[in-house]
Design a protein around this ligand. Structure first.
Ligand code: 0O2
Length: 240
């Protein structure tokens, strides 16, 4: 990728204009929107089914979005990939992005396990940024799945599972740091890591309160210490 051009010139490159046009096509967007709707509907169904048994909703809310063409292009560029439609389809797992916000940490894992077991979607990849947060302090459980369509086609989607507290942290960090090109002082990064650590502690306490009040046995969630590795991110990744 040429580094000697301005941002304005970049968006005028024929390759970039072609890809942008492809990603803007109505049929393309509709396909990914449909995948998001299918996943969101399945999650809501799963939630209703276990709600009576548990006595509360495991899912607080489900949000979804189709990644904008500009964001797709910048992500491919960031990954150092050639800006083609083939690469967008093969390399980007989150064109269809679904976010599941839960109140409790162990419910995130429960829903994730259920998705893997019920076999409606093909689990392609799982990344656990809760057990091993990113160096920024980012915590979330990511699941990349294949969503089957009736015509035999499979569309990839990424589900991000977070607690309400993790979602609060991520939204703020996303707005002020992750997507902000300004270079921040080290203190802000340290402050955010401290907040992420505090959030992990609160999430564990909330599970404890729920179990105590409802008379549940321990939820079986293995409580680990919150630790991030500075510099390189530690990623637990399982691929099938
Ligand atoms: P946006 O604008 O949120 O969509 P993969 O190709 O699947 O192996 P990928 O997508 O390159 O992996 O990276 P990863 O680590 O799985 O992260 C994907 C998404 O997680 C990001 O998407 C963010 O939504 C979120 N994320 C990752 N790291 C951070 C972080 O430090 N802070 C915050 N707030 N969010 C993070 P995009 O496309 O980068 O951005």
């Amino acid at each position: 990728m040429r580094e000697d051009i301005t941002e304005e010139q970049f968006w005028q490159l024929p390759q970039v204009k072609n890809l942008r046009a492809g990603l803007q096509e109505k049929t393309f967007c509709e396909k990914y929107e449909r995948a998001c709707r299918i996943v969101a509907a399945h999650l809501q169904r799963m939630d209703s089914e276990v709600c009576t048994e548990l006595g509360y909703h495991r899912i607080d809310c489900v949000k979804w979005r189709v990644k904008t063409p500009e964001s797709c292009i910048l992500k491919l560029k960031r990954k150092g990939k050639e800006l083609t439609m083939e690469n967008a389809l093969a390399r980007l797992n989150d064109i269809a992005g679904v976010r599941v916000v839960c109140e409790f940490l162990d419910d995130m894992y429960g829903i994730c396990r259920q998705i893997a077991q019920d076999g409606i979607f093909r689990v392609i990849k799982q990344k656990d940024y809760v057990k091993q947060p990113k160096s920024s302090g980012y915590q979330s459980l990511h699941l990349v799945i294949g969503v089957p369509f009736e015509n035999g086609e499979e569309v990839k989607a990424e589900i991000q599972f977070r607690t309400k507290a993790m979602d609060f942290w991520s939204d703020i960090e996303h707005r002020f740091v992750y997507k902000n090109r300004r270079k921040y002082e080290k203190e802000i990064e340290i402050e955010l890591r401290k907040c992420a650590k505090a959030i992990y502690k609160i999430d564990k306490q909330m599970m404890h309160i729920r179990d105590h009040v409802a008379g549940f046995g321990p939820g079986g969630y293995e409580v680990a210490e919150f630790s991030v590795k500075s510099g390189r991110d530690r990623i637990l990744e399982s691929q099938n």
